[in-house]
Ligand binder design. Structure first.
Ligand code: FES
Ligand code: FES
Length: 158
């Protein structure tokens, strides 16, 4: 392939090297090249938050970055948060508090909130609302998500 970029990146603890078109979006790279389809693509212009992943620990919109921009950096996707047998406490809390319905938005909420809870382990309800203000959900009405974050904070602080 002409005009390719050789991308080295660590995703969920695994190192990858792939040749990519320089204009490949990070979201498309994760989904199409690595098969990590837990990262969802909704609006594709930075509004819905469904594509959120962690770049060196910070949440970013993977639809707004080109894959070469994460060269030599570390990405965590929703697949890296927990496993079916060993869910992250926030994933457990989402399950227990019924914080998802169709689940399309959920990976973006989880990656956003895992990072947020590390910075603020005991958020108030108002702070939780602020923390999720960049993530859109068409199903839950948000209250169950807020309840799940409170539940997770309790789990993670014990
Ligand atoms: S798909 Fe990236 S913010 Fe909506
Ligand atoms: S659970 Fe359906 S969009 Fe959030």
């Amino acid at each position: 392939m002409e005009n390719t970029f050789t991308l080295s990146v660590t995703v969920n603890g695994t190192s990858y090297q792939r040749s990519v078109d320089p204009r490949t979006l990070l979201s498309d790279f994760l989904r199409n090249d690595l098969g990590l389809t837990g990262t969802h693509v909704g609006c594709e212009h930075g509004v819905c938050g469904a594509c959120t992943v962690l770049l060196n620990g910070d949440p970013i919109r993977s639809c707004l970055l080109f894959a070469p921009q994460v060269h030599n950096h570390e990405i965590i996707t929703v697949e890296g948060l927990g496993t079916m047998d060993d869910l992250h406490p926030l994933q457990e809390a989402f399950q227990e508090a019924h914080a998802l319905q169709c689940g399309f938005c959920t990976p973006g909420f989880l990656t956003t909130l895992v990072s947020y809870l590390e910075e603020n382990p005991s958020p108030t309800e108002e702070e939780i609302r602020e923390a999720i203000s960049g993530n859109l959900c068409r199903c839950t009405g948000y209250q169950h998500i807020i309840d799940a974050v409170k539940l997770a904070a309790g789990k993670m602080n014990t």
